[in-house]
Ligand binder design. Structure first.
Ligand code: ASP
Length: 307
């Protein structure tokens, strides 16, 4: 078993990401953005920082990059706005914070963390969550900050076809997340997303739902998911993996295989996840064509996109 002092993994979404649809320039841009976010997390962990600070740093970096469907790069809703979801959880005390359907907040991950640390709640939504963000003096941005021509044309296409589109299933962008194990043996997980293009009626995915899109428990593992949120909610994916380890004694790799390659596939739930266990082992399973991912394990750094 790997006894590395610390480990971290990040993702930028899973979906139909094919080498044939990629240009060398785009591939380079993704690899650099993933590398930068991973390094932001590694910098924290190298200085004996916490897994919580490491996942916060990595997800903030990904939220600030327009390539990914989170923060700045969030997809358009049916109404032409951006409604973002995010969550964060620490494995040593099982505390968590989540926000759902927030608009204008520059870094939803920081708001989720404020919910965890500075409120007595676990999940705040829409206008109330935004009022809390203002009370916490977190930065807001106007709609120009979130505007992106590609996202806009994806939305126009979805509007025309009257479809709600999982952004990275047909295009190549996605939700972001990070999981880490620090040198103190603590685990943490975080996920952030703009959800699905053309979503309406206040649709919320799995990303802010603890146990579905995000989970961390020092006794088992830390997980951040990406994929078709409805399936991930109904399959309680992140907690299911933790439970298979806790109650059935499965290894992280076996638990991930059982849930992502078997259970989710049987239900038709496309996507993947990143995971790290209490010993620092990393696992990055997905049942889609690709998943933007990067990880640091046993002193080695890796970046990958395709299967
Ligand atoms: N899981 C996210 C959602 O359904 C989407 C994604 O992973 O890109 O909101």
């Amino acid at each position: 078993m790997n006894q590395a002092p610390f480990s971290i993994a990040i993702h930028g979404g899973a979906g139909t990401i094919l080498r044939t649809n990629m240009t060398p320039e785009k591939e380079h841009a993704y690899n650099s953005a993933l590398d930068q976010a991973l390094k932001a997390g590694i910098a924290v962990l190298t200085e004996a920082g916490t897994a919580l600070d490491a996942v916060t740093a990595a997800v903030t970096s990904l939220e600030n990059c327009p390539l990914f469907n989170a923060g700045r790069g969030s997809v358009f809703t049916h109404d032409g706005s951006h409604e973002m979801d995010a969550s964060i959880m620490t494995g040593h005390n099982l505390e968590s914070g989540s926000v759902a359907g927030v608009t204008g907040v520059r870094n939803p991950v920081l708001l989720a963390r404020a919910v965890m640390e500075k409120s007595e709640h676990a999940l705040l939504a829409s206008r109330g969550a935004e009022a809390f963000a203002r009370a916490m003096q977190l930065p807001f941005e106007d709609s120009a900050y979130f505007h992106n021509d590609l996202r806009h044309s994806q939305w126009q296409e979805a509007l025309r076809d009257d479809k709600i589109v999982l952004d990275h299933t047909e295009k190549k962008f996605g939700t972001v997340g990070a999981v880490a194990r620090d040198i103190h043996g603590n685990l943490a997980a975080s996920t952030s997303t703009g959800g699905m293009t053309n979503k309406k009626w206040g649709r919320i995915g799995d990303s802010p739902i603890i146990g579905a899109g995000t989970y961390a428990n020092n006794a088992t593992c830390a997980i951040s998911c990406t994929g078709h949120g409805e399936y991930f909610i109904q399959s309680v994916v992140a907690y299911d993996i933790s439970c298979l380890m806790e109650y059935k004694g499965l290894t992280l790799a076996d638990a991930c295989h059982e849930v992502v390659r078997k259970k989710l596939v049987q239900r038709g739930g496309e996507g993947g996840l990143i995971a790290v266990d209490h010993a620092g082992n990393v696992c990055l399973p997905f049942n889609s064509e690709g998943m933007y991912r990067a990880w640091y394990e046993a002193g080695q750094q890796h970046v990958a996109i395709y299967r």
